[in-house]
Design a protein around this ligand. Sequence first.
Ligand code: GH3
Ligand code: MG
Ligand code: MG
Length: 405
Amino acid sequence: MTLPSDALMILDVSTLVFAGGLVSLASGVFLLLHWLQTREDRAAFISGAANFGAGIGVVIIALQASLPGWVSTILAPLIFGVCSAGIWAAARILGRGSIYWRSLTMALAAAIAIPLAAGASGHDRIAAALGLGSSSALFAAGALEFWLGRGERLRGRWPMIALQISEAIALFLAAIEAASRESSQLPSMSVFGIIHFVALVYAGGSAISLITMLKDRSEIKHRAAALIDPLTGLANRRAFMDWAQSRLAKNMREDKPISLLAFDIDNFKQINDNFGHPTGDRVLRIFADVLSNAARPADIAARIGGEEFALALPDCATDAALAIAQRIRSAFQDDAQFVNGQSVKATVSVGVGVAPPSERGGSLGDLIAIADGALYRAKKLGRNRVTLAIPECPDPDPGKVIRVA
Ligand code: GH3
Ligand code: MG
Ligand code: MG
């Protein structure tokens, strides 16, 4: 799209540049205030400092007529270079949590050396073109960082990518303009006046996009934390109930089986009393590891109470469920024999329920009650065993599967 030159002539480029500078300063303050409240959002600090610094640079350019020459020809480009490196660093911190120090040092060294060398030799035009060109590359690198992290769905990511690409293009065009124009003064309002619009929109839009991304990330983190048991890293009861309920309903509709294993660590109170709470916690983590290793990707393993765990096995019928339960029981017995150098000898009892229990109603509550009933029988029969909630003859030997009513 080409704007008619008349329309552009209405705008005064100095006013536009000055307004852009103020928006940049304000967005910098906005990001820095966010960082003051949420110190772990380092991207907000770096980006805020960069926007604020760029705002100072833009105001310097807007006021260049009343400032000493070196301020606009050396200091302002130096500030822009350093701030562009900051924008890229912020994108990297947000995407990967770390800065690639070697590249950042090189970018900063170039940002400082180019205006200083140009100032010393009097090649303002070439220096401006090189400075703008390297800033353009840094904004493009920032856009690339945001794009590489696109697997993490955050509102604000795509607007941020669009803004960074627009700014990279604008700076590239500005570099071409700087290289081709005669003086180092502000250009008259040509089609490249668009560059200043882009800078203004970038300053405001990037701050809003970044805050939206950071807020989304924090919300996702909190939502995930509300569904995870902090001690074991397994799903908690709430997550288990939500997921297992919907999976059970799906399997019932499709007439496919789903098994539920209910686990309760044996004599756990005694373990705490004899070996201490930290050893008890370690036992819980060992069991969680055994459970996670036994679970397939489609299964859900959860800690649903103090020393009570559950494993839902979609599309898994009785024999497979019993085999898995037995494997977990046996692996835990091996792994929890010695804990923290002590002979703890922890064991687990397992109750197995299999749905669809159509004759019993078929809700998750029913299935849990069935598995719990079997677990209760396992405890009564001596612990460290697997029982199935189907009427059959009991076998009380540890390590053997028994079938109970
Ligand atoms: P049973 O074989 O019948 O299951 O006996 P039990 O001792 O395991 O059962 P009980 O329900 O009496 O004891 C459970 C104990 O688990 C009591 C509680 O202090 C302990 N507990 C619950 N949550 C935690 C935890 O997060 N860490 C530790 N170390 N202990 C816990
Ligand atoms: Mg218990
Ligand atoms: Mg117990």
